[in-house]
Write a protein that binds this ligand. Structure first.
Ligand code: HAM
Length: 424
């Protein structure tokens, strides 16, 4: 028997694990959609694959996704290299440019949700196909948009009922600030290279900042011993002023946050604002979501200068946090009417009647004839309000026997009466 690939999951109502229960998943998506639409963002869906270059240039050659070869790359028949999207931002910026959104009133605020693919080692909360809600505000380099994005993200979590959140806000500065910081880190860490993990040693040249985010205890011990100065101390004047403005705006909005002076994000495109939202349930090294500003991304994709800021929310991670906090997801509605055929000829009668009622009423039917007692059990299990029996006796009199399950009250009704009964 064939099975799903490790790190990929089926999402359906009876799934054992909370993140893969379809109603939970749907609740998260719908809540996010409501919050974002209410804020005027428009939905976009980009393809789940793009030319490899979109992501290679987008997320950057020193990002984990590229360095650790986490992209799922495919070759089409023409020998073109494609990649399953390892994150949506580069694709959204590609679409913005391709459809000339730069001439629209700015900012253009878009959101999307769907599957994301990263070839990581699967574990709880870390999958090879996972799902994100993604929001992007493009075309305006104003700290107001950074604050709005953070506030919207927090609003989504709060509307879902999450409480134990921590917003960690940092700044990765402008590219020249980061270059200075990387220079500083190289100088500091080079003499101790032999004590760093292999992965960190490899990063020393291209992107030493990522070493700060290393999960290796050995690396963290070296960093602690050296007393590394944080990125925030290396901000240029403009990046510093921008960061302070974002902080002031968040205070004005009443959005709680902590400044993380050495926040590091896994993607290369970030400039200035960067943040992550953490939750106790998920553990120290992984986040419920993250975001930041990426003013240079469009140019990396061969487009014009298009500043932007946005975030991604890990849907499965949010589900794990909801479970941990004991948040109950609203149950799906149950049927108003369960129509139970008691013999073979009644099957099509039940379906025909259901078809008539269904545009307005939630009707389920029994697919195999059963005894009234068994049919009643089925109706109860489905949580139906009414059960309607259709058998030989009903057929000869042109009626159905209708029972209200809560009161037990039972009567015969003619099919045309059902419309008015349920529409009240
Ligand atoms: P990211 O931090 O790479 O950002 O991913 C966002 C969120 O996706 C993470 O915080 C986490 O909740 C979830 N996530 C990441 N990897 C996995 C995985 N393997 N399994 C399950 N969940 C995962 C981005 O992707 C950026 N595009 C966010 C952004 C939008 N920045 C600006 N605009």
């Amino acid at each position: 028997m064939l099975r799903a690939v490790p790190g990929s999951n089926d999402i359906f109502p009876q799934a054992k694990e909370y993140p893969f229960r379809e109603p939970v998943f749907r609740h998260i998506v719908r809540t996010a959609e409501e919050v974002l639409r209410n804020a005027g963002a428009q939905m976009i869906h980009t393809p789940i694959f793009e030319q490899l270059e979109v992501f290679q240039r987008g997320v950057g050659l020193t990002s984990d996704i590229v360095v650790k070869k986490e992209m799922f790359v495919l070759e089409d028949r023409g020998g073109r290299l494609l990649a399953l999207r390892p994150e949506p931002t580069a694709a959204v910026v590609r679409a913005y440019n391709e459809h000339g959104m730069k001439v629209w009133p700015q900012p253009v605020r878009l959101f999307t949700w769907g599957p994301i693919f990263r070839g990581e080692r699967p574990q709880k909360g870390r999958y090879r196909q996972f799902h994100q809600v993604d929001y992007e505000a493009l075309g305006l380099a104003d700290p107001l948009l950074d604050a709005e994005a953070i506030a919207l993200m927090v609003r989504i979590y709060r509307t879902l009922g999450l409480r134990n959140l921590e917003v960690r806000l940092g700044s990765v500065g402008d590219p020249e600030d980061r270059a200075r910081y990387n220079q500083y880190l190289r100088g500091l860490l080079m003499p101790h290279a032999d004590r760093l993990s292999e992965e960190s040693r490899a990063r020393l040249e291209a992107n030493p900042m990522r070493i700060l985010d290393s999960k290796s205890e050995q690396d963290q011990a070296v960093l602690a011993e050296l007393g590394v100065r944080p990125m925030l101390e290396f901000l240029g004047e403009e990046a510093q002023a921008f960061h302070e403005q974002v902080c002031r705006y968040l205070e004005r909005l009443g959005v709680a946050y902590t400044v993380d002076p050495s926040l590091v994000r896994g993607l290369d495109y970030y400039v200035r604002t960067a943040w992550e939202v953490h939750h106790m349930a998920i553990g120290a090294k992984s986040a419920l979501g993250g975001g930041g500003r990426y003013d240079g991304l469009s140019e990396m994709l061969g487009g014009p200068r298009v500043p932007g800021v946005g975030f991604g929310i890990g849907i499965e991670r949010v589900a794990i946090a909801l479970e941990q906090e004991g948040v109950v997801v609203p149950p799906d509605p149950s049927p108003t009417l369960y129509l139970a055929p008691l013999d073979e000829p009644a099957k099509i009668e039940a379906l025909a009647l259901a078809e008539q009622l269904r545009p307005r009423v939630y009707v389920e039917i029994g697919y195999t004839p059963k005894s009234p007692r068994k049919a009643l059990e089925d109706a109860l299990r489905k949580g139906a309000q009414y059960v309607g029996f259709l058998g030989e006796a009903e057929r000869t009199r042109g009626v159905i026997t209708l029972k209200h399950l809560q009161s037990g009250e039972q009567r015969e009704v003619e099919p045309f009466q059902l419309h008015s009964l349920f529409e009240e």
